[in-house]
Design a protein around this ligand. Structure first.
Ligand code: TYC
Length: 99
């Protein structure tokens, strides 16, 4: 992802940081806790202890932050969660939101 160059009214250039996106896992009643922990380790590179903590937060509070990334990386993580969940027969979903 390249840094955006915007033109200002004075004609000078300013550099702005590319936007960042939070990726959250959503709770549901059917996905197993072990599968969610596995996703957090494999897709979001969490330790077992952090994965367990994030999974429990989603279970109790309905969503939990998994990481913050550029648009393309966040979108890829959301798709990876969907396809691994679908393959395993779970309805697990991830969503992204501008940070
Ligand atoms: N609520 C699920 C259960 O009781 C566990 C779960 C946790 C599901 C986190 C999704 O993102 C999730 N089996």
């Amino acid at each position: 992802m390249s840094t955006k160059i915007t033109h200002q009214t004075e004609g000078s250039l300013s550099l702005s940081e590319p936007k960042q996106y939070h990726v959250y896992l959503l709770n549901d009643d059917y996905t197993s806790m072990d599968f969610v922990i596995d996703i957090l380790i494999r897709i979001f590179h969490k330790s077992y202890v952090d994965a367990q903590r994030i999974m429990m937060q989603v279970h109790q509070k309905d969503r939990g932050l998994c990481g913050t990334y550029s648009y393309e990386i966040a979108e890829t993580k959301v798709h990876q969660v969907s396809s691994l969940a679908r393959e395993s027969g779970f309805p697990l979903k991830a969503v992204m939101e501008e940070a």
